[in-house]
Design a protein around this ligand. Sequence first.
Ligand code: SF4
Length: 216
Amino acid sequence: MLDQGLKINEIFYSIQGESLLVGKPTVFVRLATCNLRCTYCDTRYAFWHGTVMALDAILSQIRNHKTRYVCLTGGEPLGQQGIYPLMDRLLKEGYTVSLETNGSFSIEKVPAAVIKVVDLKCPDSGEADTMVWDNCALVQPHDQFKFVIASKEDFEWSQNACERYGLIEKCAVLYSPVAGKVKPADLARWILDAQAPVTMQVQMHKEIWGPHQRGV
Ligand code: SF4
């Protein structure tokens, strides 16, 4: 297949701050551009800025690091067709690959071995209408659904979505608070009071390096 390259915003090596791979030294490949505009987005700089890189150049930067974990993030990775050959090459080279996707693209063609972390955008994001709900039937046990919660209403909406689509039985479900909108202690209390079998997360990289640091 012709290498069309990928528009990359940044490639960096850091500690995974989210998902069930939290804490792992990881190479992050941040794809440029995103089709959504979430109210709380903390990576707006990825909307416009990026450099087109050939697959070999991306792989060469990844190989500069010893870790075997690679996270494909954005922006929105599934917005560029070149992501598929990149996933194939990484799997072939034996990497553990995770893909963070915003839930507005089908995950149908993503290789089964890739760990998919699929956002399900709550109403306060302003993007709940864009979700591809068919993705709920396409996940495997190693995948994860992520709800980023900005209010008690978002929490209730997430609980309803879990029940309606049977998400808890399919794979791990992550609840994370929007910084400055929901206190972690409040989200923890709602989860416990509801006896929700989800995994609560705060963005660990922001605890380590501060909320505005890029490339971490
Ligand atoms: S999907 Fe992600 S990158 Fe895109 S606007 Fe929403 S939070 Fe930002």
